[in-house]
Design a protein around this ligand. Structure first.
Ligand SMILES: [Zn+2]
Length: 428
């Protein structure tokens, strides 16, 4: 058992305190080769938080002369700055010291990241260095909405977060928005979302018009994965997967430091892989999806029976789950069996992810991770018993419970990436 357990090792990481300073991927990905030198230099400085010219030269394998030229251009354009002391030194002597630290000018650009959800929307406002300046939350009725309603709620939330930071929309370079469902981030289309009425909706265009600021949309699990890549444990891992269980079951995949999106915005839908032919009905309309056994609405459906309550009379799936969890902790065997069963389905999902992608790390992330039955040792043992192993090194599984704002932070990273590409990329 112990030997077999070694292929999935579980680490609790409740916060980001162990993460290094700066933001953005720490390891260069293959796509970096196509970026202009100025963007590579800027992103290296942002990723490390602070870097001397010599460090940049070493890390990127370019000459000291090139670094000097590129950094003075970036300083002139208002994207990088020297420490105050160094700048004074340069003014007085006309020469900078060689080990002067460079950092990003935080106010060069600001972005808003938003996660649209079924019960409450969340937002963060971040500067160009990735520092979060303000957060906001907007409760919303848990019903499907028209695109106009969602655009209206998004605008309301953007106003809230701007007000908290004492800024206006003209201070914002882009707004990143994460939403569950199928999303085509290139075209800004939402072919299908459980939050929205209708199909093939041009959400990015509608939001851009309503907000008066460029808006980008992407799948919410991708936003969570970007949050790990930019701010969390994923920063130092070039190949990893993020699995999340919230209202649905989502997944994101990073290959070579880059978010893998598939070709039609339909990939990584772990919640809709089939685990049972003709099985339980999923909210996507098909049967036997993993989500139909694992997501909160699936657990709430069973909880109603186990606890002798009508799910329709409960305030929300969330409160139903909290009650179920308390019952399970208190020894209610029916409640425990519901979590145990969900855990076995999670094990199937995880083993498929390991078998298909062979990542170095799987991060279980999201707010529901507090239901620790879902990642008990027996769930990991189940996942392992369903995976071919043959003595290969471990796929680590880490639990991250970052709280609700992590999604919005990932959406802010989406916007930061876009603004950086626009300002410093090939097209700039
Ligand atoms: Zn489904």
């Amino acid at each position: 058992m112990n030997e077999r357990m070694s292929a999935v090792s579980l680490t609790q990481r409740p916060d980001e305190s162990a993460a290094p300073s700066g933001c953005g991927p720490l390891l260069p990905g293959p796509e970096l080769d196509t970026k202009p030198l100025r963007q590579k230099v800027f992103e290296h400085v942002r990723a490390t938080g602070q870097a001397a010219r010599a460090d940049v030269s070493r890390a990127l394998g370019i000459s000291a002369g090139s670094v000097t030229q590129v950094t003075s251009d970036l300083i002139e354009r208002g994207y990088l700055q020297e420490s105050d002391e160094a700048a004074r030194d340069r003014r007085e002597t006309g020469r900078g010291r060689p080990s002067v630290a460079l950092s990003v000018v935080p106010e060069a650009h600001r972005v808003v990241g938003i996660k649209l959800s079924d019960e409450r929307h969340t937002a963060v406002l971040a500067d160009f260095a990735g520092t979060i300046l303000a957060e906001a939350m907007l409760p919303t009725p848990a019903v499907r909405k028209t695109m106009d309603q969602i655009a209206g709620e998004t605008a309301q939330l953007v106003d809230l977060v701007l007000e908290k930071a004492g800024l206006t929309i003209s201070d914002i370079a882009a707004v990143g928005v994460g939403i569950s469902g199928l999303v085509d981030p290139i075209e800004g289309l939402v072919p299908w979302s459980p939050l929205l009425e209708g199909e093939n909706l041009a959400l990015a265009e509608r939001l851009t018009r309503r907000l008066g600021c460029p808006a980008l949309v992407d799948n919410d699990a991708n936003m969570l994965t970007l949050a790990e890549l930019w701010f969390g444990a994923g920063r130092a891992n070039s190949d990893f997967a993020v699995v999340t269980i919230e209202h649905g079951v989502g997944m994101g995949l990073v290959v070579g430091n880059r978010l893998y999106r598939g070709t039609r915005g339909m990939g990584m839908e772990l919640g809709h892989i089939k685990v049972q032919l003709d099985g339980a009905l999923c909210r996507c309309g098909q049967r036997g999806c993993l989500e139909a056994y694992l997501a909160d609405y699936a657990l709430a459906r069973e909880a109603g029976t186990a606890l002798g309550r009508n799910p329709r009379n409960m305030a929300s799936a969330q409160s139903m789950l909290d009650t179920l969890f308390a019952e399970a902790k208190g020894g209610n065997m029916a409640a425990r069996s519901i979590f145990r069963r969900a855990g076995r389905y999670l094990a199937v999902g995880l083993s498929n992810v390991i078998q298909l992608f062979d990542p170095t790390l799987i991060i279980l992330s999201g707010e529901r991770m507090r239901y620790d039955y879902l990642y008990a040792d027996e769930v990991m043992a189940d996942a392992l018993s369903l995976t071919l192993n043959h003595g290969r090194p471990a796929c680590r599984v880490e639990i991250h419970n970052w709280g609700d704002m992590v999604w919005a932070r990932g959406a802010a990273a989406l916007a930061l990436g876009h603004v950086t590409d626009t300002a410093l990329g090939q097209a700039a």
